[in-house]
Design a protein. Structure first.
Length: 605
């Protein structure tokens, strides 16, 4: 049987060549592919969350994989209904979220790996959502470079996109490239598996379940049709001309400036230069020049257009008609807007997008001494108005910062780490914002709330907290005031900081942000520590060979806190803490004893 990397590399080459997939269903029989999929999703927080049955990652073993493969080989595998819960939305209302069983997740992940390897080379560069190596910041970097000089932004939002994807249309799109009825039938069964809500079964007639591992990829395959329509039809239709025609008035003033300079009339020269600076060098209403650009992230997309608003309206209408007639989707009327770039802000991926216009911002042109208006037409990425106040509200009671009672049971280092991670997440996401320094208000409020939390915990004053933990931190050659907690470990002292996160403005693209930080691409390397231990098939408690499975826990920190201070700890707890792992390969007898709180057998007994 082929290894996972061989299968996925073959899929990738076929995708690059646009060769239809035939007999691809057989690749799902690869145990190595299932091991790679298991290794990838076993570390997810939701791996121990049950769906409609008591089927989680705990107790994973090789026999379980072999059973799934045998069911797939005999075409007996069936997806179970997902357990649906509802999570609140910021705008009000709720969003449905599906919780599949782990076995279904495992099969979906294998299918996702195979299909992603095939379709990824075929996706357009304008698409950034749910793709390897891409994310919000790659979309913003692309937008910053492509949308320069835009006159209008067309903000697009598809109403209930994931819930309204038409199954027949999606299957027709897949059937163009996948000539394997067994794989298509498996995908269809996953789409039509239904869901359980309040313990009542409901069928699914459309949509891809939110929470399903395969859903984002299927949505990208579906919306790739929109990308193709905009890039292959609308952009050529609404793009013309190599460059704008010159503004004759601008060049007329240039001639007068030349004459005034030759005559030595400094007063008139200055007045003429000031007047010329207020008008554009090119004809902004040139009827022979149009530009249309497009970027999509999941179901949110934005277009920039250079041309009259009437044509922008035509573009918006054309997209709406295509979505309705060809893809059976609708644009959200309240969120699909046409925005003037210099006087208004468009909202995309949590940023306010606009175009700079400042005739008094003069800088030398790169490589020359000629001074020009340096920012006109450039894209401005900003923090939305009121966003900082919204973020600070969490730490306020009335108008004053307050301590967080829910953290009082944690250690000082854990409390500090929680606040630092929260602020770092916001500061890093808005790394490209021109007004990033506005987050200084959030930092101040969080610091007061943080120090009050520590002071409340130790029944002391905030001033004494600063005296106890006050220190400095050096980042990129700059020294900042910070609060520092020293945590002794087996490998030495670990330092946990609050502060030392500079709020400097970063130009998009200069410091790329890894949106997949912490997620390893195991698709082409399934030989990780967890897989090697599972394949060794030896109980790490009693040493029994064969028929071993994996015991999983949510967090190693929870295990340490639960048994902290106890003189006698079970062998399995000692073993997991020593290994610094959230998993333990054990035999069935030891696994039952762990869950039952019973005495474990001695090693080699």
């Amino acid at each position: 049987m082929q290894k996972a990397e061989q299968i996925l590399q073959a899929m990738c080459k076929m995708g690059e060549k646009r060769t239809p997939l035939t007999r691809v269903y057989r690749s799902l029989f690869s145990e190595d592919l299932f091991l790679a999929a298991y290794d990838k999703i076993a570390r997810n927080r939701g791996a121990l969350t049950a769906g409609t049955e008591n089927d989680t990652v705990d107790g994973m073993n090789l026999a379980r994989i072999q059973k799934i493969i045998e069911q797939l080989r005999n075409e007996q595998f069936r997806f179970h209904p997902t357990r649906r819960i509802r999570i609140p939305k910021k705008s009000g209302g709720t969003r449905p979220l599906g919780l599949p069983n782990f076995t279904d997740k495992l099969v979906q992940e294998v299918m996702r790996m195979v299909l992603e390897a095939y379709y990824e080379p075929r996706f357009r560069d304008c698409s950034h959502g749910f793709r390897p190596g891409r994310g919000c910041h790659t979309a913003l970097t692309n937008l910053h470079s492509k949308f320069k000089g835009a006159a209008w932004f067309i903000e697009g939002d598809i109403r209930g996109c994931f819930d309204n994807i038409d199954h027949e249309t999606l299957m027709a799109i897949l059937a163009r490239d996948i000539q394997d009825g067994r794989l298509l039938n498996l995908i269809r069964m996953g789409l039509e598996a239904g869901y359980m809500e309040n313990w009542q079964y409901n069928r699914t007639y459309s949509g891809t379940p939110q929470g399903g591992i395969l859903s984002p990829l299927l949505a990208n395959i579906y919306l790739n049709e929109l990308d193709a329509y905009i890039e292959d039809v609308l952009i050529p239709q609404f793009t013309r001309g190599k460059r704008r025609a010159p503004n004759l008035e601008y060049y007329r003033l240039g001639y007068y400036i030349k004459c005034a300079r030759e005559a030595g009339d400094q007063k008139q020269l200055k007045e003429l230069e000031q007047e010329r600076r207020t008008i554009p060098s090119q004809n902004v209403n040139d009827p022979d020049f149009r530009r249309l650009q497009y970027i999509r992230y999941a179901d949110d997309f934005i277009l920039s257009f250079i041309g009259p608003k009437s044509e922008a309206e035509t573009i918006k209408t054309a997209i709406g008609v295509f979505l309705k007639e060809q893809m059976h989707l609708e644009l959200s009327a309240s969120k699909t807007l046409i925005t003037h770039t210099r006087t208004e802000h468009a909202r995309f991926l949590g940023y306010d997008i606009s175009v700079y216009h400042a005739d008094d911002k003069i800088s030398p042109r790169t490589g020359t001494l000629t001074k020009t208006r340096s920012v006109n037409g450039c894209i401005r990425l900003g923090i939305p108005y009121g966003k900082v106040d919204e973020l600070t509200r969490r730490y306020l009671r009335g108008e004053k910062p307050i301590h967080e009672a829910g953290l009082l049971a944690f250690s000082d280092g854990q409390i500090m780490d929680v606040y630092q991670q929260r602020f770092r997440g916001v500061a890093e996401y808005y790394k490209y914002a021109a007004d990033r320094r506005a987050l200084g208000k959030l930092k101040y409020v969080m610091e007061v709330a943080f120090t009050k939390t520590l002071a409340n915990k130790h029944k002391t004053s905030v001033a004494k907290i600063y005296q106890k933990y006050g220190g400095k931190r050096t980042v990129n050659g700059y020294t900042y005031k910070a609060l520092v907690v020293e945590v002794p470990t087996k490998n030495g002292t670990r330092y946990i900081y609050w502060g030392g996160i500079p709020l400097k403005i970063i130009k998009p693209g200069l410091e790329p942000i890894d949106d997949n930080m912490g997620r390893r691409n195991v698709a082409f390397s399934s030989r990780t520590d967890l897989i090697q231990r599972l394949q060794a098939n030896e109980c790490e408690i009693c040493g029994t060979q064969g028929f071993c499975e994996v015991h999983h826990i949510h967090k190693l920190a929870d295990l340490k806190n639960r048994w902290r201070g106890r003189k006698v700890k079970p062998d399995w707890v000692i073993r997991m803490i020593a290994m610094q792992r959230k998993t333990l390969v054990v035999c069935e007898k030891c696994h039952v004893a762990i869950h039952g709180g019973k005495q474990l057998p001695n090693r080699n007994m």
